[in-house]
Design a binder for this molecule. Structure first.
Ligand SMILES: [Zn+2]
Ligand SMILES: [Zn+2]
Length: 250
């Protein structure tokens, strides 16, 4: 948009924070931004769960320690799913506010600078977790694809939305207890007929890493198709038990 029209528009409709709706030139105002808990090292080498910096122990969290196999090379999340970050993700996903995808993708780009992502090869492309066509029709957009798209625009990484397909609809993972989530998504994804993932370093992008069931299933399918490594990047993950809740919201 031409700067003149932009300033005229800003005069009549001053920009507001996308989370709290207070006037703010930035999409996330300083107060909301300040209440977003970004994840910093140390984190679990596999799933990216923040590790208690005061506890001396292995570099894996208690969930990953007993697992002999983990189809994801590493997963990392930008922040803790609480406060303004949670409100932004919920607003995008369930209230259909697509405009939130831009500042959320910015947050993901920013999180790549905090030392969580060392020791990986260059990614060949990023791909989002697909939605089942039925869900896509209901929601009107795939939030993972939107985030991946803006993330790739910012980083110059190639975006490939085609390698994975949903083969059947699944129940929303949030409605299920953790032990049923793996079963819910087992066999729910497949490689698309023209997927080219052989020997590729794939970066999977999604909004949330909760139990990781969906992302692990996608990684399994990509690896079965010959992907060399599958990395995962999400906007948020739940607060680990050792971390004190942020009460500034309450
Ligand atoms: Zn705000
Ligand atoms: Zn872990």
């Amino acid at each position: 948009m031409h700067p003149f029209w932009r300033s005229l528009l800003d005069f009549f409709y001053p920009p507001r924070c996308q989370i709290c709706y207070k006037f703010s030139p930035e999409p996330f105002c300083a107060q909301c931004r300040d209440k977003i808990t970004l994840i910093n090292p140390p984190v679990c080498a596999r799933c990216g769960a923040p590790l208690d910096p005061l506890a001396k122990g292995p570099d894996l969290c208690s969930d990953c320690l007993p697992l002999s196999r983990f189809p994801i090379t590493w997963a990392r999340a930008a922040g803790i799913y609480q406060g303004p970050l949670q409100r932004a993700i919920v607003g995008m996903k369930f209230a259909g506010r697509r405009s939130l995808a831009v500042p959320l993708a910015d947050l993901l780009v920013e999180s790549m600078k905090n030392g969580l992502y060392s020791g990986h090869a260059a990614f060949d492309f990023a791909c989002p977790v697909p939605l089942h066509p039925q869900r896509l029709q209901e929601r009107g957009f795939n939030q993972s694809e939107l985030i991946a798209r803006y993330f790739c625009e910012k980083t110059g990484l190639d975006l490939d939305t085609t390698p994975l397909e949903r083969t059947r609809p699944t129940l929303p993972q949030v409605l299920l207890p953790p032990e049923q989530r793996l079963k819910n998504v087992r066999g729910a994804f497949d490689l698309s007929p023209d997927a080219d993932v052989q020997g590729k370093q794939v970066l999977l992008i999604d909004d949330l890493y909760t139990t990781g069931s969906t992302l692990k299933e996608c990684a399994r399918v990509l690896r079965r198709g010959g992907a060399a490594e599958v990395y995962v990047l999400t906007l948020a993950r739940p607060r680990p038990p050792w971390m004190t809740p942020d009460r500034r919201e309450e």
